[in-house]
Ligand binder design. Structure first.
Ligand SMILES: O=C(O)C1=C[C@@H](OP(=O)(O)O)[C@@H](O)[C@H](O)C1
Ligand SMILES: C=C(OP(=O)(O)O)C(=O)O
Length: 430
């Protein structure tokens, strides 16, 4: 599907974005492991989270919904009620589905095979299958258990202390979920703190999880108690609207009920450092997660350098941050972000290739990007590379460019942000 964009005069109004993808995955997974009914409101009906629901159904979990309001109930009967799937589990395009489910499958006493689409079958899984094998699971796949399809014979796991070489919430979460099903204590240390939604939701469901610095610990054998979950709006989806409002002259956009977890809000911090006019207000807590309204008005931006512990706090927002950099004065530099190479596409390469089509001065770095901003953008014919974040970032570039932009293969937007073009259309002032 092609998406056509012409620059609006301004973006104005008040919107909500769909539910958080990370929290939606975790709500159904923990719901399936818990005892009782987990009623979820504002569940993300994107392709990735629906893949998680299908995999859990194949494992015997039972659901009511989702209805068209995003209401979904998981009828949990504890981990022991999950059973061997009769067919291959399909995680589609979703790294989170595959890696977190591997943690659960490793701790369950049966055989399963999990695969995904062409992009997911190229992404590294050894980062979870390696430590899960050390805990006692038998996991086989191409490149010594690195590439899906992966065959898992789960069973009795022994907790362990693991130091992850990457700051990855998917690695941490897979090991904490395996740790919940394992004997003894599991601890995961990471080089910088990644998103902590799994820890928060485990605690919300009654499990004891402790963190000291960047080390998180869980003791196996705890039971989870079902609780209602209201999923906040996804800050990673809101980021596209935030940058669009910041760069399109005359804009003023309010996004209601967005998750502002401090392990996810790096984009707000960096846009503010760049000079963006952003207000965060009406801060409150919902199902163990902080939520707020975000108002963004157009303003002049300047380039900054983004590195280190900030990177995991905005990893999925880097494609759209590069667009903000292209429209800012001076230079935006992103370093320590080599993880971008193993996402749905190699995002260092795809961001650079696509932004060059708009006339942007952008260079690939081994672990990031360098963008020299300030030149006017010219509308372009872009490719999504099958990557939702690239499709949406280039849409934002198109809104600030002269002339028409076309995004080829824009159907992948549905992975995380169904209704994206409708929400943008509702904000347009012609
Ligand atoms: O745990 C999660 O829900 C996610 C963690 C991040 O991946 P990594 O764990 O690979 O950094 C992020 O890029 C992804 O979109 C969602
Ligand atoms: C990297 C992403 O997701 P996943 O790893 O779940 O495919 C993303 O949504 O940008």
């Amino acid at each position: 599907m092609d998406l056509e964009i012409t620059p609006p005069r301004a973006l104005k109004g008040e919107v909500r974005v769909p539910g958080d993808k990370s929290i939606s995955h975790r709500a159904v997974m923990l719901g399936a492991l818990a005892e009782g009914d987990t009623c979820i409101e504002n569940f993300l009906m994107g392709a990735d989270c629906l893949a998680t629901v299908r995999c859990l159904s194949a494992l015997g979990a039972s659901f009511t919904g989702p209805d068209d309001q995003g209401r979904l109930t998981v009828h949990g009967r504890g981990a022991g009620a999950l059973r061997e799937p009769e067919d291959v589990l399909d995680a589609g395009n979703s790294g989170t589905t595959m890696r977190l489910l591997l943690g659960i499958l490793a701790g369950l006493p049966f055989f399963s095979v999990i695969t995904g689409d062409a992009s997911l079958r190229r992404r590294p899984m050894k980062r979870v299958t390696g430590p899960l094998s050390m805990m006692g699971a038998d996991i086989r796949g191409r490149q010594e258990g690195n590439l899906a399809p992966l065959a898992v014979r789960g069973g009795t796991l022994q907790g362990m202390e693991y130091t992850s070489p990457v700051a990855s919430a998917q690695v941490k979460s897979a090991l904490l979920l395996a740790g919940l099903l394992a004997a003894g204590r599991t601890s995961v240390s990471e080089p910088a703190l990644s998103r902590d939604h799994t820890e928060r939701m485990l605690q919300y469901f009654g499990a004891a999880v402790h963190r000291t610095g960047c080390t998180t610990r869980i003791t196996g054998g705890q039971t989870l108690q079902a609780r209602p979950v209201t999923v906040p709006g996804d800050i990673s989806s809101a980021a596209f609207l935030m940058v669009a409002a910041a760069v399109v002259p005359g804009s003023a956009v309010t996004i209601r009920e967005v998750g502002v977890n401090p392990t996810r809000d790096g984009i707000v911090q960096v846009l503010k450092e760049m000079g963006a006019d952003i207000e965060i207000f009406n801060i409150h807590e919902q199902s163990g997660e902080p939520v707020a309204d975000i108002r963004v008005r157009h303003s002049r931006l300047r380039g900054v350098t983004v590195t280190g512990a900030l990177i995991p706090r905005l990893i999925d927002e880097i494609p759209v941050l590069a667009v903000a950099g292209a429209l800012a004065e001076g230079e935006l530099v992103v370093r320590d972000a080599a993880e971008l190479k193993v996402k749905e596409s190699n995002r260092i390469a795809t961001v650079a290739v696509e932004l060059k089509k708009f006339g942007v001065d952008i260079q690939e770095l081994p672990d990031g990007l360098q963008v020299r901003g300030g030149r006017p953008l010219t509308g372009a014919r872009c490719a999504s590379h099958g990557d939702h974040r690239i499709a949406m970032a280039m849409t934002v570039a198109g809104m600030a460019a002269r002339g028409k932009t076309v995004i080829q293969g824009a159907e992948c937007v549905d992975v995380s942000f169904p209704g994206f073009d409708g929400i943008l259309a509702s904000l347009r002032v012609e």
